[in-house]
Each structure stands twice: as structure tokens, then as C-alpha cells.
Ligand binder design. Structure first.
Ligand SMILES: C=C(O[C@@H]1C=C(C(=O)O)C=C[C@H]1O)C(=O)O
Length: 370
């Protein structure tokens, strides 16, 4: 489909206020959309469904799927163009806004010092007034601005409209090949990837790696764990460890084990989650949940040069899922964007610095707003 026809179909479907999702994977030029044919909310039953899944932070809440068999699938190639900065004004924060987050972080540090809690990821939701909002235009700007992110726009008339550009994979399953990543630690990108990471960030990220590798012990075997490396995400840098192996269990079991990871919740998981639900004072909804392709059937012929009938005999069908953590995202209301940002708190955190980290993280979305 031509790019023009693709975005025209998308806009028409959007105008009919029917559910849709449009997305582009990291470093890919292919953009895909699922256009659901009616307003039904399809809930996930056991993660054996096929389609696009949208899951909240709280694993006790229901996940939504746009099923392949109730949607039209369209695709195009999107050619990146030079990013044009929008005219969005710099944010003036009130003292109260800053004080509230600093207080939350201080409560987190206090709990870490006195209770059985090693890390807790604390976040806030910032409201930005918009002069105008064209979700599909914003989605295109996100694709241009963040080529190595998973960029999406998800919309359901009964749930809401979300957009994001996330650097973090929750998991990828291709047949029985499994991979994931431990991503944590943040600093501003200042024109180089050759940066020094402080012990605080290194320990915080190692905790995520340890949690994931321990959780996967009996589910993925053998398990390969890379050295930590620096990853650039927009104007930020993170530490990333790649983890991969052969999956020995169902998708449902592995999701249950790892989501939410200490990269977005904390450690131990139950205590961190309890702290978040009690102290954050707002509902994260889908922020720090996960989203992406669920159980898609990929057909691959072994020898693409041989154009004969026999070739089909060599075709293999693999079931693939590729899920991302819903970070660097926002919810669009009529004339407002709700931007969700957070950071990992450990015993060594400095509350003021954590505030600035969330301010820096808001830039990922603000750069594409009018
Ligand atoms: C929670 C967020 O990001 C997560 C927290 C990070 C950190 O604490 O340094 C880094 C990357 C993400 O795993 C967010 O972007 O809102």
C-alpha cells in the first residue's frame, strides 16, 4: 500500500471512532496498522490470542487485544524525513509540582532504609495543554524523531488514546527463541556514548538483570546474558543487558514471571508494587504496562531462490510475539496530553536529581507536541 493510501485509511478509520493501533518496530521502515471492525473491547484470556495486546501496569487488571480475526491489517513503508522541532513552549513547573515528586521520592528512600525494599520505581503524570492535537501527525513525528524506538498510537473509543516511543523490550519470542533486556540507569546524552556510569546506576541495573535471570531460570534454558552496554534513547542514555535463550514454557507463564520487572516497578516486586499503589496518588493505567504483537504466524520458505512448487514443502510457520514496555508515552485527551514519567529509586538516590530525571524524560513526548 502506498504511504498516502495507508495514512488516508488510518485517518478515515480514526474519524469513525473505531479501535485502531498503528506501530513501527525499532530500526524498521515498515509501519503496520490493525483497524478493528467494531467497538467491542476484546480482553485477553490466556495470552494464546493472536493480534495486538495492550496491557496495564497492574497485572491484576485485564489486558486488551485487537484480534487479527476482527481487524483489517494494512502496511506501508515509511521513509524518514528530517525532524522538524515543534514550537512547544518550555514548561514552567510550580513549586508544588516539584515538591510533590520530591516528597514521594523521599518517602521511597525512607521505605528502602527501613523496610524490606531495595528499589522502587516512582513516577508522576504531567498535564500539558495543547493548542491542537492531530494524533496521526504526532505519530509520524515520533517515527522521525526516534528511529530506534518502538513507536505506536493505540486508540479505543471506550478506553482512550495513547502514543509512545519506547526503548524497552519486555520480551520477544520467535518460535522457541526467547529474548529480553534489562534496562535501567539514566543520564542525559551529551554527544557521546563513551560515558561513565556511577555505582548507583550500575547497581540499579544489575538488580534488574538478576531479577530477570532468576525469574527465567526454569523457563528459558540455556540462558545467555550479555555484558552491560550503553543504549541511546532520544536524548537519554540507559544501561542495557541482553538476555536470550530457548523458551521451555508458555507465553503466559513467562509474562506472569517477569512483568512488571524492577525496571518499572522495583524489588522485591510485591512490596514495590504495594508501595507504588499506596503512595503515587494517581493511576498509571497503561504506563509501564506492555504492548505489541501477540502470537503472529510468520511463514518462511527456506530457499527463496527456488521458485517451484516443492518450495512450499519447505515452508515453516513460526509463532512470534514481540512485546515492549510502555514507557515514554502519553495519553491524549481533547486539548491535553498526559505525559507519564518515572525513575528507579534506591538507597543512594538524591530526590532533587530524580525530579530532574523525570523532567528530562518528559522531553521525549514534548518534542513532538504543538
Ligand atoms: C520508568 C521509566 O524508565 C525506566 C527507568 C529507568 C531508570 O530508573 O533509570 C530507565 C529506563 C526505564 O527502565 C520511564 O521512562 O518513565
Amino acid at each position: 500500500m502506498t504511504s498516502g493510501d495507508f495514512f488516508e485509511s488510518l485517518q478515515q478509520h480514526f474519524n469513525k471512532t473505531l479501535p485502531l493501533v498503528v506501530y513501527r518496530k525499532p530500526n524498521s521502515k515498515e509501519v503496520k496498522a490493525l483497524l478493528q471492525d467494531n467497538e467491542t473491547i476484546h480482553y485477553v484470556n490466556d495470552f494464546s490470542e493472536s493480534g495486538f495486546v495492550y496491557s496495564p501496569f497492574d497485572a491484576l487488571e485485564k489486558s486488551i487485544v485487537m484480534p487479527l480475526n476482527a481487524s483489517e491489517e494494512i502496511k506501508t513503508d515509511f521513509i524518514l524525513s528530517r525532524t522538524t522541532e515543534t514550537s512547544h513552549q518550555a514548561t514552567k513547573y510550580s513549586d508544588a509540582e516539584k515538591a510533590a515528586h520530591i516528597h514521594l521520592v523521599q518517602q521511597g528512600i525512607e521505605a528502602i532504609n527501613h523496610k524490606d525494599l531495595q528499589k522502587v520505581v516512582l513516577s508522576r503524570c504531567e498535564t500539558v495543554n495543547l493548542s491542537d492535537s492531530h494524533p496521526i501527525e504526532i505519530f509520524k513525528r515520533l517515527m522521525n524523531a526516534y528511529p530506534n524506538a518502538f513507536v505506536y498510537c493505540w486508540c479505543h473509543p471506550k478506553i482512550g488514546l495513547w502514543l509512545g516511543a519506547t526503548p524497552e523490550t519486555l520480551l520477544k519470542v520467535d518460535g522457541n527463541q526467547f529474548s529480553t533486556m534489562a534496562l535501567a540507569g539514566t543520564q542525559k546524552y551529551e554527544d557521546t556514548l563513551e560515558v561513565i556510569w556511577k555505582t548507583k546506576e550500575k547497581e540499579e541495573q544489575q538488580l534488574v538483570t538478576d531479577f530477570i535471570t532468576n525469574s527465567l531460570k526454569n523457563l528459558v534454558h540455556p540462558l545467555n546474558v550479555s555484558e552491560p552496554m550503553t543504549l541511546k534513547a532520544g536524548s537519554l542514555l540507559h544501561i542495557k543487558t541482553s538476555i536470550s535463550g530457548i523458551l521451555k514454557t508458555s507465553l503466559k507463564s513467562v509474562i506472569k514471571k517477569i512483568h512488571p520487572t524492577p525496571a518499572v516497578c522495583g524489588f522485591p516486586k510485591a512490596h514495590a508494587k504495594q508501595f507504588i499503589l499506596k503512595h503515587e496518588n494517581y493511576n498509571r493505567e497503561y504506563y509501564t504496562g506492555f504492548l505489541g504483537e501477540l502470537n503472529l504466524q510468520l511463514k518462511q520458505t527456506r530457499n527463496t531462490n527456488r521458485r517451484n512448487v516443492e518450495n512450499n514443502a519447505y515452508a515453516t510457520i513460526r509463532t512470534c510475539s514481540h512485546l515492549f514496555v510502555n514507557l515514554r508515552c502519553m495519553q491524549l485527551k481533547k486539548q491535553q496530553a498526559l505525559i507519564y514519567v518515572g525513575g528507579g529509586i534506591t538507597k543512594d538516590s538524591i530526590a532533587e536529581n530524580e525530579w530532574h530525571e523525570t523532567v528530562n524524560k518528559t522531553q521525549t513526548m514534548k518534542r513532538v507536541l504543538d
